[in-house]
Write a protein that binds this ligand. Structure first.
Ligand SMILES: C[S@@+](CC[C@H](N)C(=O)[O-])C[C@H]1O[C@@H](n2cnc3c(N)ncnc32)[C@H](O)[C@@H]1O
Length: 284
């Protein structure tokens, strides 16, 4: 099932707390790579649009590192994320040369932004989440000036995003005996866009040019089994899932999860990994 825009917004409002405390610093590496490939520091774009800014970690990076005069608009569909981004930005003020504006807004409907008004568009880990990626790309194309650059990223293939794919097979197996673990509805996979050829085609079919598209990995900062477990217990999806179980079932699931996380990461001396599929291109 494809999530509706309201589903996406509600899910990310729920995720915003744990995302801003524990997740964003693991994802910012991908946004920084995109910004380097977008030549932000060399070409000095005057108007930068960050779509799906989350709790603002990448905007803060730009706000403290860009040396030229520019405006940065950072939007996210989740008001909770925007509230967190705004509160961080008072704690970590921007350089005087950059004006940062955080606003709630939807990647699929950028109607508050004028046609061909943006010099660089960047959306880290959003295209695979929106209800209609084609609509998001139409909006990207509309707001970007001709000849200017954009960068997007999506999750890579599930088997290489071990941080997110280590547990679902275990939960599926356990669901044979614990029916409450069965998902109420089958949602579209988070990894459905993680194939390079398909992503390049999607972008080109939208009338945009692709310069580069590549897979990139990054570690997730859990060190011990307890770190993995406490992270897991804070994620809304897992919290909601085990909230439906009785005491004994919960104990069984947690023990099995702990064992799986230990075997998959700690014992292998390989941290949980995230893999992105990144793409930079231009509007012809
Ligand atoms: C994985 S997080 C990435 C956040 C940020 N780009 C980062 O790298 O830390 C995905 C973000 O996309 C946002 N998002 C999802 N659908 C969106 C949409 N249609 N328009 C704007 N933001 C959206 C979510 O609210 C969430 O903050």
């Amino acid at each position: 099932m494809i999530p509706s825009p309201d589903d996406v917004k509600a899910a990310w409002n729920e995720w915003s707390d744990v995302y801003s405390r524990r997740y964003e610093r693991n994802n910012v590496t991908f946004a920084i790579s995109l910004s380097s490939m977008l030549q932000i520091f060399e070409e000095k774009p005057a108007k930068i649009l960050e779509v799906a800014c989350g709790s603002g970690v990448f905007s803060r990076y730009l706000a403290q590192n860009v040396e030229h005069e520019c405006d940065l608009t950072a939007i996210d569909v989740s008001e909770e994320m925007i509230a967190r981004a705004k509160s961080f930005s008072t704690k970590f003020p921007s350089m005087p040369n950059i004006k940062v504006c955080y606003e709630a807004g939807d990647a699929e409907d950028l109607s508050k932004i004028a046609d061909e008004s943006v010099d660089v568009y960047i959306a880290n880990f959003c295209l695979h989440l929106v209800s209609d990626p084609k609509k998001m790309l139409q909006e990207l194309k509309r707001v970007l000036k001709k000849g200017k650059r954009f960068g997007v990223s999506v999750l890579g293939p599930s088997e290489r995003v071990t941080m997110l794919s280590a547990l679902p097979p275990l939960l599926k197996q356990l669901a044979e005996e614990i029916p409450a673990l069965k998902p109420e509805k089958e949602m579209r996979s988070l990894f459905y866009m993680g194939n390079k050829e398909d992503l390049v085609k999607l972008i080109e079919d939208a009338g945009l040019e692709v310069d580069y598209c590549w897979y990139q990995r990054s570690s997730f900062n859990c060190m011990t089994v307890e770190d993995y477990e406490s992270f897991l217990l804070e994620t809304p999806n897992f919290k909601n899932l085990i909230g439906k179980l009785n005491e004994e079932e919960r104990k069984r699931v947690l023990e099995a999860a702990r064992k799986r996380l230990k075997e998959a990461f700690v014992d292998q001396k390989e941290p949980g990994m995230n893999e992105g599929l990144l793409l930079v291109g231009r509007k012809p």
